[in-house]
Design a protein around this ligand. Structure first.
Ligand code: GLU
Length: 418
């Protein structure tokens, strides 16, 4: 994330929070406490890489921000991305605190990451880097202390290395990390959980608008783990996905895209464009297509002052973290476009992480179907609470979600004392 975008995200986060702080009537001292990170740690991670037949020493920067643990152990992903920095990680750690509180699971919020493009490293180098990062972070971690998970640029394999490194000094401890491979105590359904949750919430939101899913035109930006699983789940539920995109560009078909074929094509060629029977367009053009539902599932701040006026969707479901800036959010609100906020929409990931942690503590794995059924019920219940609160207080879904979440964290802090 460049500096400008980083500022936009931090401003956006502050703006959303302050709107809720104001309506909750929180005093400045309590606001300060809620905003402060519990601990922010920065690590240097030296690794020797073999480049052009020579050993090259590179020192990477790693971060772990533990924002709040009033309601339970710190919880949140590790991101490997070239634009990771302390400010971004801090904002994302806070977001985790509100997310876990909103869905009412016994966790706090954290986030971490390494400033790196993981595509630059081969698998062995990535393993060395990850294990060295965990060696340094190990004193902060614990099954009842801080539990990492996947995020952008990390996956189940990276989680398996974390498990291995931590277990060297603590014995086999699967509950130390979530999003692991199923073979190592990962939960069935964790991989698709975020995308599946997006699909369940989308279906619910539009049912309240008397728009049957099979009549809705859906656009999804981003075809990574979240976007692709959201697309697959929505297609299985009968939705028509008219446009999809990845970093190379977007594809469009008014008749609907065969999502399975798009996945196969991407796996084979490394990109979506070139799939037979679809038109190519840019990512920017795609966001402005006439559609009913727009699902940004890629980066932060993609819907901003420059394009908010051109968005033609009736509903935006925030699959990515912070994809809509606060100025754009205001404009969308004035145009009566419903925005389902990230802390609600993409909470299926951390919810399945919670299920995984519970299964690890109980040493009792659940069936795939039962994970997804529980997840859907839980998310729809939370959606019901948020929309009820929004209706009662004549506010939007985001403010309602923040009010509920902040209220719970604040209450836990007051009960525990300082
Ligand atoms: N990285 C995901 C998120 O932003 C999941 C975090 C977790 O499972 O702990 O919600």
């Amino acid at each position: 994330m460049n500096k400008e975008k980083q500022c936009i995200c931090q401003d956006t986060q502050r703006h959303f929070l302050f709107r809720a702080f104001d309506s909750l009537g929180l005093e400045d001292a309590h606001r300060e406490l809620l905003l402060a990170s519990f601990r922010e740690t920065r690590f240097s991670i030296p690794v020797i890489l073999r480049r052009d037949g020579r050993d090259v020493l590179r020192t990477f920067q790693g971060f772990r921000v533990q924002h709040n643990h009033a309601r339970g152990p710190f919880k949140g992903g590790l991101r490997y991305h070239p634009e990771v920095n302390q400010g971004e990680v801090r904002a994302l750690a806070q977001l985790m605190t509100w997310k876990t509180a909103l869905i009412d699971i016994p966790f706090g919020g954290a986030k971490g990451g390494i400033t790196i493009d993981p595509a630059e490293l081969d698998k062995t180098e990535l393993e060395v880097l990850t294990k060295r990062f965990i060696q340094k972070m190990e004193p902060l971690l614990g099954v009842h202390q801080d539990i990492p998970a996947p995020d952008m640029g990390t996956n189940a394999q990276v989680m398996a290395w974390i498990l291995e490194e931590y277990s060297k000094s603590h014995g086999y401890t699967p509950g130390i990390v979530t999003g692991k491979p199923v073979e190592l105590g990962g939960s069935r359904g964790r991989e698709e959980a975020t995308g599946f949750g997006i699909a369940c919430i989308t279906r619910k939101v539009i049912s309240g608008m008397s728009l049957p899913l099979d009549e809705a035109r859906i656009v999804i930006q981003g075809f990574g783990n979240v976007g692709s699983h959201a697309a697959l789940a929505l297609a299985r539920m009968g939705g028509r996905i008219i446009a999809l995109s990845d970093v190379h560009g977007a594809i469009h078909s008014a008749a609907g895209i065969d999502v399975e074929a798009a996945r196969a094509h991407q796996a084979e060629t490394g990109r979506l464009q070139g799939l037979p029977g679809v038109d190519a367009l840019s990512n920017e053009e795609m966001l402005e297509l006439p559609c009913h539902i727009l699902i940004p599932a890629a980066l932060e701040a993609v819907i901003n002052c420059d394009n908010a006026g051109a968005i033609q969707a009736r509903v935006i479901v925030e699959a990515a973290n912070m994809p809509v800036t606060h100025q754009a959010d205001e404009e969308l609100r004035q145009r009566n476009i419903v925005v389902v906020p990230d802390i609600l929409a993409n909470a299926g990931g951390v919810l399945a992480s919670y299920y995984e942690w519970v299964q690890n503590l109980q040493e009792f794995p659940w069936e795939h179907e039962s994970v997804l059924r529980r997840l859907e019920q839980h998310l729809l219940r939370v959606y019901g609470e948020v929309s009820h609160h929004a209706g009662e207080n004549e506010t939007d879904l985001r403010t309602a979600a923040y009010e509920l979440a902040i209220g719970r964290v604040n209450k836990a802090i007051q009960l525990r004392g300082f």
